[in-house]
Design a protein around this ligand. Structure first.
Ligand code: ZN
Length: 270
């Protein structure tokens, strides 16, 4: 098998955003010999730090293990990072001959190893596996968690792989999912906002919450310049997280204090 230069196109069929990491088409420990299985991982990276802070490690490796470590990265926002088209060091030793490095592709999803999985990331995870199964003619049973094919590994944590495979099978057996609308695509491009983030998009969250009548006067009573000062604060602090949670509760959506792909549309009313 040659280098798998179709992987970015396969990833785009999920409907989730895709980043082609520079040089991916020729990156690998030689070409990928065959694709008989898929192995799902978590990065065990930092709990914060943006969408895919483990990119450099997965691409370049770490002391004692040269990169690339997997063909795909999966960000917290559901963004798919296409990192390598050749063989990667993601599963050795393997208890399954269909899931060793020469026989399988790896997906390293950003997660500290203990934190909850954002819904959109799980959805993208299932869809990416389903599209890869379609591309390489694999049954959903060929999708394995690292913890299933390497007894020393815990990843991907807290994901029931039987449920995961059932979701993959449902997509493989179904029709091609509808393409997202342009507004949905825009929303998917928006960054996730949570505690500690400090950027212009935090101001947008503040403005939207205010426009929705979700900002009581007490929230900005002690802020210099009052409401104006509050709206122009770029830091997502604990007070703002509380208002986000209140808004999510009022809207009947998951209460996690993070503005992501589920909360943004509600906030923007798209
Ligand atoms: Zn792993």
């Amino acid at each position: 098998m040659p280098y798998l230069t179709q992987l970015a196109d396969v990833a785009r069929r999920t409907g989730h955003p895709v980043t082609e990491v520079a040089g991916w088409k020729t990156r690998g420990h030689g070409p990928q010999p065959e694709v008989q299985g898929l192995v799902c991982h978590h990065t065990a990276g930092p709990a914060g730090g943006g969408d895919y802070p483990s990119l450099a490690v997965v691409r370049d490796g770490r002391p004692g293990l040269a990169g690339p470590l997997s063909q795909f990265g999966l960000g917290r926002s559901g963004r798919i990072y296409v990192i390598a088209a050749g063989r990667c060091w993601h599963n050795a030793p393997s208890t399954s001959p269909l899931h060793d490095n020469s026989s399988s592709l790896g997906i390293e999803a950003e997660n500290s190893g203990g934190q909850p999985w954002p819904e959109v990331q799980r959805e993208a995870y299932v869809r990416l596996c389903a599209e890869l199964c379609r591309e390489f003619g694999l049954a959903a049973s060929r999708v394995k968690g690292h913890k299933e094919v390497n007894t020393a590994k815990p990843d991907p944590h807290s994901i029931n792989m039987n449920d995961f495979r059932a979701a993959v099978a449902a997509i493989i057996g179904g029709t091609t999912p509808p393409q997202p609308s342009w507004t949905e695509k825009i929303v998917r491009e928006l960054p996730m906002i949570g505690l500690g983030d400090d950027n212009q998009d935090v101001k947008t969250v503040r403005g939207c919450l205010f426009a929705r009548g979700q900002v009581p006067a007490a929230a900005y009573a002690s802020v210099p310049n009052g409401l104006r000062g509050w709206l122009e604060t770029a830091l997502c602090d604990a007070g703002l997280v509380t208002l986000i949670r209140n808004f999510q509760q009022a809207q009947g959506i998951g209460v996690d204090g993070i503005v992501g792909p589920v909360t943004w549309p509600t906030l923007l009313r798209v």
